[in-house]
Design a binder for this molecule. Structure first.
Ligand SMILES: Nc1ncnc2c1ncn2[C@@H]1O[C@H](COP(=O)(O)OP(=O)(O)O)[C@@H](O)[C@H]1O
Ligand SMILES: [Mg+2]
Length: 361
């Protein structure tokens, strides 16, 4: 096993700057998820760690050794891709054994490693099957098995579950976590799926346009997003961001359309300033008019069963600020038109509208 250091790493393809100065220390045995929208540079960063792409500047170290110029095969890593093509004419056993044979390991050692990985992945009964005789989830486990038998210091995963259906993805997520608990191998995992990131990561690196927006534990990132980008990317539906100015004694925000949001606590330090007020849909609650902090006009309700997503506008007409709230199904049904809502102080976020950075106040 090994720690991984990413130190001020840049990558350009010709004039195109794809990675723009990312640094992160991944501890030995840690499970880190790199998450961000498609095209933000996740695969490029992972491929640089694997040695499949050169580094334009900066250093990558694995186990304390700078590997910038070390061949992929000498980096002690194993990578699993989204398209985990198995050899169609080889058995499960031979698919898993192949890499070890190439490296000239003795037959009995190969047998031991394959059997152990197969037991870990519950593939023991399937070793003589051909890939076409397996389900999608089983094939993905064989691809994982190929990585495990090599006993690498670091696992690199690039969207390994993206080709599976939703139910199987949930199951494989649980299996990946169990596998990590058992093996304790340092793991870097790339996904564009924020739910996958939240559920798998010990720490996550949220990426946007080749930069690190935030590095932190999932709950920390969810409760204290560092930027409006992170606030919008982590959580579904995304956090409501209400632009406005902090008025009077710091107890209210007023939008351009003169709609008012009362604040759950006074923020005197920001009086007169333009801000973005952030509240997650799941932190808005229906309430009576007297205790309302904001009162959007509701124009659309999605019934989800246990709860409902309620959409509306703050400021009356449709030019106002859009809002979403996740409410108990009963409170959503009871209201039509103007809906008084409140939220707790600890669920209030403030951001600078120019920089997008979180404001502490
Ligand atoms: N070999 C390449 N040559 C030129 N541009 C590339 C190359 N590989 C990736 N890119 C560009 O770099 C950006 C990031 O790509 P990628 O790392 O694959 O993103 P992600 O994995 O986050 O979707 C994209 O704009 C992509 O078009
Ligand atoms: Mg990718």
């Amino acid at each position: 096993m090994a720690a991984v250091s990413i130190r001020n790493v840049y990558k350009s393809f010709g004039p195109v700057k794809v990675i723009q100065g990312i640094s992160m220390e991944v501890a030995d045995g840690e499970f880190v998820v790199m998450v961000g929208p498609s095209g933000c540079g996740k695969s490029t960063l992972l491929r640089m760690i694997a040695g499949l792409e050169s580094i334009s500047s900066g250093d990558i170290a694995i186990g304390g050794r700078v590997v910038n110029r070390v061949e992929p095969k000498d980096r002690d890593i194993a990578m699993v891709f989204q398209n985990y093509a198995l050899y169609p004419h080889k058995s499960v056993y031979d698919n898993m054994a192949y890499g070890l044979k190439i490296r000239g390991l003795p037959k009995d050692k190969i047998e031991e490693l394959v059997q152990r990985a197969a037991a870990t992945l519950e593939l023991s009964a399937l070793l003589q099957r051909a890939p076409r005789e397996l389900s999608g989830g089983q094939r993905q486990r064989v691809a994982m098995g190929r990585a495990i038998v090599r006993q690498p210091a670091v696992f690199l995963f690039d969207e390994p579950l993206s080709n599976l259906d939703a139910k199987l993805r949930v199951q494989m997520r649980a299996e990946l976590q169990a596998l990590h608990r058992r093996l304790g191998t340092t793991t870097l995992y790339v996904t564009h799926d924020q739910v996958e990131a939240m559920t798998l990561a010990q720490r996550m690196l949220v990426m946007n346009q080749g930069r690190a927006e935030q590095i932190g534990a999932p709950l920390e990132v969810y409760t204290r997003p560092a930027t409006t980008f992170v606030a919008g990317f982590i959580g579904s539906p995304p956090m409501n961001l209400i632009p406005g100015r902090i008025e009077a004694d710091g107890t209210a925000l007023v939008t351009e359309e003169q709609a008012q949001v009362r604040l759950p606590r006074s923020i005197a330090s920001l009086v007169g300033r333009d801000v973005l007020l952030g509240v997650r849909p799941e932190h808005l609650e229906a309430c009576d008019e007297a205790s309302a902090l904001l009162t959007p006009m509701i124009n659309f309700v999605e019934l989800l069963g246990s709860d409902s997503l309620v959409y509306g506008y703050l400021g009356g007409d449709k030019r106002g600020v859009r809002l979403a709230a996740r409410l108990h199904a009963t409170s959503a049904q009871a209201h039509d038109g103007a809906l008084p809502l409140r939220f707790e102080e600890q669920h209030m976020h403030l951001f600078d509208p120019a920089s997008g950075l979180r404001l502490e106040a």
